[in-house]
Ligand binder design. Structure first.
Ligand code: ADP
Ligand code: MG
Length: 384
């Protein structure tokens, strides 16, 4: 594959002004909590999406990807819900959102090259958006990368692109992670007020690794199920008379659940409340260096997502069960569920054994071969 600047020159006929990149992410714990004003704990992945770009002095966006043959040319002011369609919405939407937020941005020539597995629950979409946002900020002198509140502005524009132009009703965790995560740290993200805090996360000091397994499964039901879970949480919050389920964290759980009229709402609420509590448990355990405790909390999270929130699937359960049976300290699904990826906390000496066992279990079950890789906590969106 040609170098990205060379590919840019071939596709667009001139050299790019620069290259920017942003990471994918994996969430250590705190799943389906972002839209409940809760807590999450993502790390940035070493896998990044790079974006070569040049500014234009008109309003045209010319957008290409080395992962997808479809390219598009669109004027910024013609960008709207569903236009452009497909993956270019994530790019065009970011420029559109920054203009809507009042920034003087013009057109752009862009070629992206993504190394975050697409659609694996590792947030290639936010990596794409945030690499473009970083480029736009630098190319038009917005200066937003240089300070945390500026990065919040960029993250918000990226989320807006995803929600309003690409039509994906996601919370803000992915973009916050791509903008704010730092090397060797997890990001404790408070989705109620958007604040975040760095938590040391360096497993090499503990002879352990974080193994990500992309199950390669993606179930057609996922979209409707996500909406249904959000709706259930909103309904439960309304019955409980609170803005979001975050407000009932810390109150006696049995009493909260007793005020809900049916078993489904009770189980959904129990997941959200206990999952938010588990985030701070893990933060505390990481600060103490208690990896065995972190592993146990991962397992509790998985069981809650599987049984109470009902967003796991055969492939995710198989990774978790197999990893735990072969020496992992903990394992859980991560991301929205119904496919995507799982993470396992594994002693370094056991990594090969665990990933081979997962591969064998998938082969035995005649499932598509999964892909497992160890990751470390990497850095945020930046100019390369
Ligand atoms: P995830 O963010 O977990 O990878 P999403 O469904 O949110 O899954 O986003 C995946 C989509 O993002 C892809 O289907 C594609 O539309 C778009 N995308 C991400 N990276 C690229 C890329 N490098 N080139 C083209 N499209 C991309
Ligand atoms: Mg995504």
């Amino acid at each position: 594959m040609p170098r990205l600047p060379d590919a840019f020159a071939t596709l667009l006929g001139h050299s790019p002004e620069g290259v920017w990149s942003a990471p994918g992410r994996v969430n250590l714990i705190g799943e389906h909590t972002d839209y409940n004003g809760g807590l999450a704990l993502p790390i940035a992945l070493p896998h990044r999406t790079r974006c070569a770009a040049s500014p234009r002095d008109d309003d045209l966006l010319r957008i290409h990807s080395l992962q997808d043959d479809s390219s598009v040319e669109v004027l910024i002011d013609d960008v709207a819900d569903g236009h452009p369609a497909g993956w270019t919405a994530y790019v065009a939407g970011v420029v559109w959102a920054l203009r809507r937020a009042g920034y003087a941005v013009r057109g752009l020539d862009v070629v992206v090259d993504g190394r975050v597995p697409l659609g694996a629950g590792l947030s290639s979409s936010a990596a794409l958006e945030c690499s473009v946002a970083a480029a736009v900020s630098d190319l038009f002198g917005l200066g937003l990368l240089g300070f945390p509140e500026g990065r919040d502005v960029l993250a918000a524009a990226c989320q807006r692109a995803e929600n309003d132009i690409a039509g994906a009703p996601t919370g803000g965790m992915d973009q916050a992670a791509a903008m704010h995560c730092t090397e060797r740290h997890a990001l404790r993200l408070d989705c109620r007020d958007g604040t975040h805090e760095q938590v040391p996360f360096d497993l090499s000091a503990h002879d352990a690794v974080l193994l990500v397994t992309d199950t390669r499964a993606s179930h057609a039901l996922a979209d409707g199920q996500y909406g249904a879970r959000r709706a259930a949480c909103e309904q439960a919050a309304e019955i409980l008379g609170v803005e979001t389920l975050r407000e009932v964290v810390g109150q006696p759980l049995d009493e909260t659940l007793a005020r809900l009229p049916d078993d489904v709402l009770r189980r959904r609420t129990r997941h959200v409340v206990t999952e938010i509590e588990r985030v701070d448990e893990v933060v505390g355990l990481l600060r103490e260096g208690d990896l065995a405790g972190v592993g146990r909390t991962f397992v509790a999270s998985h069981e809650s997502l599987r049984d109470d929130y009902e967003v796991s699937c055969t492939e995710l359960d198989l990774v978790v069960d197999t990893a735990l049976a072969h020496g992992a300290l903990g394992s859980r699904m991560t991301g929205g569920g119904f496919g995507g990826s799982a993470i396992s906390l594994v002693p370094t000496a056991e990594v090969d054994r665990v990933s081979e066992a997962i591969e064998a279990a998938f082969a035995d079950a005649r499932l598509t071969a999964p892909s497992s890789f160890a990751v470390t906590a990497a850095g945020p969106a930046a100019r390369d």
